[in-house]
Ligand binder design. Structure first.
Ligand SMILES: [Cu+2]
Length: 168
């Protein structure tokens, strides 16, 4: 009788642990995923998002996969001799505990090289992120016109240039 009771307690504890573990595995929180809508026959484009690490341990964004392009890479922007150039990141992007990393225009970005089809504004697309510790996650986000992409740095003085008609 006693062992049966213990067994029940253990199985209940086990079930609670099973229920808790997915939540414990997701210490990362994701900001809105955004894609740069393509114009004309642009061969490549980019995707942006922010990742916040609410856990106590550092993690690392190792790779991004997508069926949208023949090649998907993690890129950063560097200024070389006064010219801004982008290059592929080796070893992924560190996500320190308690910190937010921004993939945004002018900095880190997901590079979609050799697109299979155009990315249309207001349509949604997916990418899959692979981390060192956290589980793989597939996110969905909207493509936006380049002018509508949120810039991380306050560059609001350029808003007066946005006088192009917006056709919806
Ligand atoms: Cu790039």
């Amino acid at each position: 009788m006693l062992s049966l009771g213990l067994q029940r307690i253990f199985s209940n504890v086990f079930m609670v642990l099973m229920m808790l573990s997915p939540a414990m595995a997701s210490d990362l929180m994701f900001g809105a995923l955004q894609f740069r809508a393509t114009i004309g026959s642009m061969p490549s484009s980019a995707a942006y998002l922010s990742i916040t690490n609410h856990g106590g341990m550092a993690d690392r964004l190792l790779a991004v996969e997508s069926s949208l392009a023949r090649k998907t890479e993690l890129h950063t922007m560097d200024v070389t001799n006064g010219v801004m150039k982008m290059r592929q990141i080796d070893g992924g992007i560190a996500i320190p505990a308690g910190k937010t990393i921004q993939l945004a225009p002018g900095g880190f970005h997901v590079m979609l090289i050799d697109l299979k089809a155009p990315l249309n504004a207001d349509e949604s697309y997916q990418v899959t992120l692979t981390f060192e510790k956290a589980e793989k996650v597939t996110l969905t986000g909207l493509a936006k016109r380049p002018a509508d992409l949120k810039m991380p740095d306050a560059h609001s003085s350029s808003t007066h240039l946005m006088d192009m008609p917006k056709n919806n």
